[in-house]
Design a protein. Structure first.
Length: 260
């Protein structure tokens, strides 16, 4: 399964460009979920949400739809990541399990100032829970410091079966090593002067890469830093159109879905 989506669903410039004129704001999630196959919830990075909110989002989306959830900044910004156990417990008890089968990966996004400390990062990965509320959890890490471009980081993530996020970005490092049983890509170069955000040839290329990941391979044209390739196995793939010209994100996502 290759899932394609955007970050969030409440964004005023999408009204009239993605959302039809006159669509009620309360119906925007349901509409977005009818056109996309996944959405990344970013609000959980800033504050915890209520169990009722997670349940409402679950019920507003069709069967087979999936949300990824971004981990709280109080966890990823801790000076000592290995001391995040209590915060992790609090985060996963906030109601996330109400998403039920629609819970996809949990994304842990680290700021550029967070440098790679092998021992501390290993301690953090060891703390990540395997389940919550009866649901199996999958974790992905997005790092934004060049200090992570080393084989040791790839090996750590592979040991813990945690996916490294591939960032198509002008600002952050790109790491395409496959380290988990799924692949997570965040494409951040959409342009407002292109109706589909990404040019047709670039969308074609991303469709090809997504299919390669899903089939168990690693695209040859993306940078990898590990000492060895990943084990070949079919994998679920998540591709999110994030950042860049956000107004074009839904168009980019639906154009990619069309190619797939």
């Amino acid at each position: 399964m290759i899932r394609v989506g955007v970050g969030g669903w409440t964004f005023a410039p999408w009204r009239g460009t993605f959302y039809p004129d006159g669509l009620k704001h309360d119906d925007e999630l349901a509409y977005a979920a009818s056109k996309l196959t996944a959405i990344e919830i970013n609000g959980t990075f800033y504050r915890t949400q209520s169990p009722a909110s997670f349940a409402k989002w679950r019920d507003a989306t069709p069967e087979g739809f999936v949300f990824s959830v971004k981990g709280h900044r109080a966890i990823v910004n801790k000076k000592v990541l290995g001391e995040a156990g209590e915060a992790l417990d609090w985060f996963f008890k906030s109601g996330i399990a109400e998403l039920g089968p629609k819970l996809g990966p949990v994304l842990w996004q680290f700021a550029p100032f967070k440098k790679f400390d092998p021992d501390d990062f290993a301690a953090f990965l060891a703390l990540l829970p395997e389940s919550a509320g009866g649901l199996t959890l999958r974790h992905a890490v997005e790092v934004r410091s060049q200090s992570y471009l080393v084989p040791a980081f790839v090996a750590l993530c592979r040991k813990h079966r945690v996916a490294i996020v591939f960032a198509d970005s002008d600002d952050y490092p790109a790491i395409a090593d496959v380290t988990g049983d799924f692949v997570y890509a965040r494409l951040q170069r959409s342009r407002e002067d292109v109706a589909t955000g990404y040019a047709a040839k670039d969308l074609d290329a991303w469709a090809k890469r997504a299919k390669a990941w899903a089939a168990g391979g690693e695209p040859a044209d993306l940078p990898r830093f590990g000492d060895k390739p990943a084990r070949k196995a079919k994998r679920e793939v998540f591709v999110f159109m994030i950042s860049g010209a956000k107004v074009r994100a839904p168009a980019a996502a639906t154009a990619l879905i069309g190619r797939l």
